[in-house]
Design a protein around this ligand. Sequence first.
Ligand code: AMP
Length: 187
Amino acid sequence: MIERTLVLIKPDGVYRSLIGKVISDFEEAGLKIVALKLVKPTKEVALNHYPADENWYNSLWEKTKKSFEEQGKQFAETPQQTGDRVRSYLVNYIVDQPVVAMVVEGNEAIANVRKIVGATSPSKADPSTIRGKFSTDSYDLADSQQRAVRNIVHASDSKETAEREIKTWFKDEEIVEYKRADEDILY
Ligand code: AMP
């Protein structure tokens, strides 16, 4: 099924001049960039992108707790505390900083982009993925420095999230339809 997903190259990826390499990984896999811009997001866009959503807070909390416990460290926060804390790190991290936003289209684009991007914590991400290739950051290092995990990219995690996030970053007319030269072979 052809789908669309939202990818952000976060400020760490832009400052480290990884824009071309990240885009290449998607293009080489046969995924098509159908919208693209470099922006400094407002607080409103950042807050809309990272809403205080219960499911997202629970999944952030579970991943963070698991990572702490795997290292034999205690983790005493509630999902609300972890969610509020990480959300404020993330919003502060991207507001008024350079971010590349893109809409990526292709077969099962949401899952395929997440596969190419790798696990949230770069230290756990497979070394063939964008996060594993370009970073060794981890939850506990980020938390000890009171900042967001610098994992180069964000990618939508579901169809519903992708629809909401694409609307947060792009107007309908900014999404461009065209055919790749290799599309007849790819699909
Ligand atoms: P998303 O980009 O939607 O996966 O948003 C979650 C982001 O929050 C991750 O990509 C990390 O950058 C960041 N993050 C998640 N958990 C933590 C944590 N415990 N400490 C710091 N940053 C985190």
